[in-house]
Unconditional design. Structure first.
Length: 279
């Protein structure tokens, strides 16, 4: 893969060319299609292992590559994080606090998928609900979704990464929830992870200045309780320290001349888990 396309800013951020947006859009669409397809599989009684098996089959059926299988020894095509798991939940492993990987009525899940299509990385995650959600869980999901979109609304040439983080943080904290600070978004393109680190909190006007041609993820993790997390002994699974519920949404975006192009929009309109319910 050509990892030298475009130029590098003084902050170490790659600026891609106009023609590269099409490659990112194609990769992002495949990731979004897979997340659309798995939606019907999320129900009480399913297992995280079965969900990952379904995703693996979808990756293979499309003839693309999973970016996570083999990444730092990881063996799965997705991360599946249930309830108070913040991120990097391992499919098939016992859900923290349970004796199995079975999903129960009212559980909320984040499913995160990254694929490689013709050398470009498409990375996205979204929330799912098994059965009927509890009202406070639905409120958490809504606030997290809206925080992501407010972060994306702040993307434009001349703005800063601090503007993105501030937009997210201000929205979340106005609803008396907390932004996780131990994990962040990242640059991507023809590599999985690259500068910049995209923080989901910050001060307006701080951080690197956005330029047209930057590609990165915005993926806020929001907790109902305090923001602190703990990584379990498997060195992957991160949970909330206070066992409060956590939610996350993630899009891959590119900076355009006037704002942001979202590469990972849901073709079927299933990005928000209440697509089939009254919001």
């Amino acid at each position: 893969m050509d990892e030298t396309r475009g130029r590098i800013t003084r902050d170490g951020i790659r600026i891609y060319e106009d023609g590269d947006f099409a490659g990112m859009a194609a990769a992002g669409r495949v990731a979004a299609e897979i997340l659309d397809a798995v939606a019907a599989q999320v129900r009480p009684g399913c297992t995280t292992e079965a969900l990952d098996d379904f995703i693996t089959a979808e990756v293979e059926r499309r003839g693309v590559i999973s970016a996570t299988i083999g990444y730092k020894g990881y063996r799965h095509a997705s991360c599946i994080s249930v309830n108070h798991v913040v991120c990097h939940g391992i499919p098939g492993a016992k859900i923290p606090g349970r004796s199995s990987s079975s999903v129960l009525e009212g559980d909320i899940l984040n499913i995160d998928v990254t694929v490689i299509v013709d050398g470009w990385f498409g990375d996205s995650s979204r929330m799912y609900i098994a059965g009927t959600p509890k009202p406070f869980a639905l409120r958490l999901i809504q606030v997290t979704h809206d925080a992501l979109m407010k972060g994306i609304e702040a993307v434009r040439p001349g703005a800063t990464f601090g503007d993105i983080g501030h937009a997210i943080q201000a929205h979340v904290e106005a609803h008396r929830m907390s932004v996780v600070r131990d994990f962040c978004g990242h640059g991507l393109g023809r590599v999985f992870h690259a500068p910049p680190n995209v923080l989901h909190y910050g001060r307006p006007g701080s951080g690197a200045v956005l330029e047209e041609g930057m590609f990165f993820t915005i993926e806020p993790m929001v907790n109902l309780g305090r923001p602190e997390t703990k990584v379990l002994a498997d060195d992957w699974t991160a949970i909330t320290r206070d066992k409060s519920l956590s939610a996350q949404f993630e899009h891959s975006v590119g900076v355009t001349a006037t704002g942001a192009q979202i590469f990972t929009l849901s073709p079927a309109g299933l990005f928000h888990p209440t697509w089939g319910q009254a919001a």
